[in-house]
Design a binder for this molecule. Structure first.
Ligand code: SF4
Length: 415
């Protein structure tokens, strides 16, 4: 794809939106431009490294998996990012070659087709945790038939309430599964201290990201909602370049700290984004252009929890995985979102999921009900994964929602 400067209305693919954000919207911020470059180059970088003989493994990118791979000297290629390469061709391939039903989630279809197109070019190894998504569980079995070596970590959800003995059994099972992953990825290479260092690094990165959140609350228009979402997207895999990712966050903190109190501080409708990380990037552009700013995030990238680096690192992975109380649709998760919204002054929530995802449908409905009971306006959006630009109807709904929040804000000032 050629990196040419385009106007917002000409934008077509996800990559076009990122390039537009870098070259037009964020000309003022070197750190944001670095971040977007890291994002743009991620999958190509994995391809270059693989072709130069380095170890690369496709993975989910949830923190535990990436820490393991980095500690073994392996570059994690997050398969949620393979969508960057995505085209209509990948979806057609999934439907026609793999015979995936049309109504299947667009993310699974586009990943499946893209994995087929990229076979042999980036990595033929895929690491996946079975608890993440049932359609993926089935889809990955199909990839074994076209030459991929798929290792599935065979686990379920952690118990919310269970007897102590059952919790201990589940922990032991998780532990054994992590050891099997290590044995599959790099036999004989496990080094507990290297894994501990990765966990320490991860914790440090999350603290820095939280600092960015806090500083951005004072200058919401300095960095737009799209680069913020992409910054979060890299919080576990660091776009394959941990040190550059850290340096970019440091630079962003420096830039934000250098701003004067009223710079980039226009009045905005502050929003929470909850659910899947949107792949249709012009929704984020529409939010910013309509006078909104997403300051509160409730997406799979968890920057709140940290690893316990004082205990055995495998046990720390298990505790991290089972101790997550803010994801999903539990009462705890909803309470956490409300608290976070309060912290940033968010007055509305965008609930986002992908077409064909049964999890998202239920999640959106339950959360919508919860927010309604707490008198918080919500906008539900069901998006697609395989196109970069959404229809005008979606952006019109986003604009109308933000205008409604702005009006409410004005009315409350008068009252
Ligand atoms: S959007 Fe839903 S169905 Fe699709 S991959 Fe994610 S969890 Fe699975």
């Amino acid at each position: 794809m050629s990196e040419t400067l385009q106007t917002s209305t000409e934008n077509k693919t996800q990559l076009d939106h990122v390039i537009y954000s870098r070259d037009v919207v964020h000309k003022h911020s070197k750190a944001t431009q670095n971040l977007l470059n890291l994002c743009i180059d991620y999958i190509d970088y994995c391809k270059r490294e693989f072709q130069a003989g380095k170890d690369v493994i496709w993975t989910m990118g949830m923190g535990t998996d990436t820490a393991i791979l980095y500690s073994l000297g392996i570059i994690p290629a997050s398969f949620t990012e393979i969508g960057r390469l995505c085209s209509g061709e990948a979806v057609v391939l999934a439907e026609e070659f793999f015979q995936v039903p049309n109504e299947t989630c667009a993310m699974v279809k586009s990943d499946l087709g893209e994995f087929y197109l990229q076979r042999g070019k980036i990595s033929n190894k895929i690491f996946y945790s079975s608890k993440a998504c049932e359609p993926y569980n089935v889809a990955f079995q199909l990839l074994e038939d076209v030459g991929y070596d798929v290792h599935v970590m065979d686990v379920g959800f952690g118990p919310r309430k269970a007897r102590r003995e059952r919790v201990e059994n589940i922990k032991k099972h998780y532990r054994d599964e992590y050891l099997k992953v290590i044995d599959w990825a790099a036999p004989g290479k496990y080094d507990a201290e290297k894994l501990r260092s990765e966990l320490i690094f991860y914790n440090k990165i999350q603290r820095k990201i939280r600092t960015v959140f806090n500083l951005r609350a004072y200058h919401p228009t300095y960095i737009g909602s799209l680069p913020m979402m992409l910054l979060l997207m890299g919080n576990t895999h660091y776009f394959g370049k941990p040190l550059e990712y850290e340096a970019t966050i440091d630079k962003l903190i420096e830039e934000l700290s250098d701003l004067k109190p009223n710079e980039y501080h226009d009045e905005k409708a502050i929003l929470c984004w909850s659910g899947a990380r949107g792949q249709e990037f012009n929704i984020f552009e529409a939010i910013d252009e309509a006078g909104g700013a997403v300051l509160s995030w409730n997406i799979p990238n968890n920057t709140v929890h940290e690893f316990n680096t004082e205990i055995d690192p495998i046990d720390a992975l298990v505790d991290f995985e089972l101790g997550d109380l803010i994801s999903g649709t539990t009462e705890n998760a909803c309470r956490y979102i409300l608290k976070d919204m309060e912290k940033y002054g968010a007055t509305g929530v965008i609930l986002y999921g992908y077409l064909g995802c049964s999890f998202a449908t239920i999640d959106i409905e339950l959360k919508r009900k919860y927010f309604k009971e707490h008198d918080i306006p919500g906008l539900s959006l069901i998006g697609s994964f395989d196109v970069g630009t959404v229809t005008g109807q979606v952006t019109t709904r986003v604009r109308a929602f933000i205008e409604m929040l702005a009006k409410k804000r004005e009315e409350s000032k008068i009252a």
